[in-house]
Design a protein around this ligand. Structure first.
Ligand SMILES: Cc1cc2nc3c(=O)[nH]c(=O)nc-3n(C[C@H](O)[C@H](O)[C@H](O)COP(=O)(O)OP(=O)(O)OC[C@H]3O[C@@H](n4cnc5c(N)ncnc54)[C@H](O)[C@@H]3O)c2cc1C
Length: 416
């Protein structure tokens, strides 16, 4: 059981006031992973506690930049600059009491309440928040790892940009995207617009439909966008092998070889594994089983959220593995953590599905929610606005807005 250094705080919100009795020692909250779950939890904790609080917050994150993944595609068409969607943690956390450790967490010792780091000294925690996200599904197709590029991070987007630069001299560029899920469809549309008449984009998926599990209206809008760009789509097509010149897949009972100068692999992700004892309760998909409050079943002082956790969701088996779900869970965990420290009742996390959004090329998007489906330029504007509101800090949001309204002047804006 975690120790509880604060007396109960009356009232509905777990906000600490200067008059709250404080125990003899400070409390240490460790957050592993600075993505949508972890960073937004750290920022919410800071907002609720303020500076000078006896609650120490340490965020362990190996990258130097937060990656706002839903907007990564905009880098390919240069609609957004890297600093807008991947602000440095140093800047985001500058005026907060969050201590950033740029390191990998390697092992969690539940009994000793310690986290081993790859480079730095181990951390001892009173409360732990684990939000390590997902990683690429281990490659099962021969050649896929060595001949295709992933698209999950800013680093991947930069790698793709370099590869596109290497192909600049070609009069025609053949691109194959493996996977017709959201990443595959969004990449296909953006790359098609980026390459224009030089490009020929093909999407291959072993399933029978694009964007499985998305609303039919959104699937139709995506199919129209792909068709408008001349993107060739092969469904019910299982990829057998990938080599330097292209990929081979079975289609309508026959093997086919599709030549490619550039191949992208977007066939799904799996949750990152728990860093420690393997006897935690997990779902068949590999997510940690959590209580409705997002605590681990046997550990009051450990919260798991985001892609790694089977988070509850009304009317669904579990919340989707999306930024939308992790972004909602971060502040909910912060609230519960403070309630736990203050010895007050915790509240169940309630996922609220706000809709679905996809970019469908340069200046085009589809936004479906609350019975409405907006497409085209209006869709692109609505999506950009919705994401602007969700950028990590107010300061970063204003910086981006000033830059956009100021005619993209490079004044006081980082070069990266
Ligand atoms: C290209 C792309 C586009 C996407 N588009 C959308 C979209 O349009 N809408 C949507 O809702 N979702 C989208 N998603 C999904 C969304 O990004 C994830 O669901 C969301 O990021 C999950 O949040 P998380 O906090 O669980 O993990 P993440 O945001 O992935 O954060 C995990 C963090 O943990 C860090 N980490 C990993 N291992 C360790 C370790 N050992 N020690 C310390 N830190 C570690 C990682 O560096 C990372 O920063 C997209 C994903 C991708 C890849």
């Amino acid at each position: 059981m975690p120790f509880k250094p604060f007396a109960t705080v009356p009232g509905d919100h777990a906000v600490f006031r200067p008059s709250d009795p404080i125990s003899k020692r400070a409390v240490h909250v460790c957050i592993l992973g600075g993505g949508f779950g972890g960073l937004y939890c750290a920022l919410a904790l800071h907002r609720r506690l303020g500076k000078g609080s006896p609650v120490r917050i340490t965020l362990v994150e190996p990258r130097d930049r937060f990656n706002f993944t839903p907007l990564l595609y905009e880098l390919l068409t240069r609609e957004l600059a890297p600093w807008e969607i991947a602000p440095a943690y140093r800047d985001l956390l500058k005026h907060t009491a969050v201590d950033l450790r740029q390191d990998w967490a390697e092992h969690i010792d539940l009994a000793q309440q310690t986290v081993t780091l790859r480079h730095g000294d181990p951390l001892t925690y009173d409360y732990l928040v684990v939000a390590l996200g997902s990683q690429m599904r281990p490659p099962a197709t021969p050649g896929s790892q060595s001949h295709t590029l992933p698209f999950n991070t800013l680093h991947d987007a930069e790698q793709l940009e370099r590869r596109l630069g290497e192909l600049d001299h070609l009069p025609k560029v053949q691109v194959v995207v493996a996977g017709a899920g959201p990443s595959g469809v969004e990449l296909a549309c953006k790359l098609s617009d980026r390459l224009g008449s030089r490009g020929h984009v093909t999407v291959v998926d072993r399933r029978g439909e694009i964007l499985r599990s998305y609303p039919a209206r959104l699937q139709r809008a995506a199919a129209r966008a792909l068709a408008k760009r001349g993107v060739e789509v092969y469904l019910n097509a299982a990829i057998d092998a990938v080599d330097a010149g292209g990929l081979t897949f079975g289609y309508e009972g026959k093997p086919r070889h599709c030549q490619a100068d550039l191949m992208l692999w977007t066939v799904g992700t799996v949750p990152r594994s728990w860093l420690g004892e393997n006897n935690l309760k997990q779902t068949p998909f590999g997510q940690c089983q959590v209580r409705p409050t997002l605590q681990l079943p046997d550990y009051d002082n450990i919260f798991v959220l985001g892609d790694m956790a089977a988070m509850p969701a009304p009317g669904r088996e579990r919340a989707p593995t999306t930024a939308q779900a992790a972004y909602q869970a971060g502040p909910a965990v912060a609230k519960n953590l403070l309630a736990l420290i203050a010895d007050r009742p915790l509240k169940p996390f309630v996922y609220n599905h706000l809709g679905d959004m996809l970019t469908l090329g340069q200046g085009e998007a589809v936004v479906c929610g609350f019975g409405l489906c907006i497409t085209g330029r209006l869709g692109a504007f609505s999506r950009r606005w919705a994401y602007w509101l969700r950028l990590p800090t107010m300061a970063h949001r204003w910086r981006v807005l000033r830059y956009r309204l100021g005619g993209n002047s490079s004044h006081s804006v980082p070069t990266k």
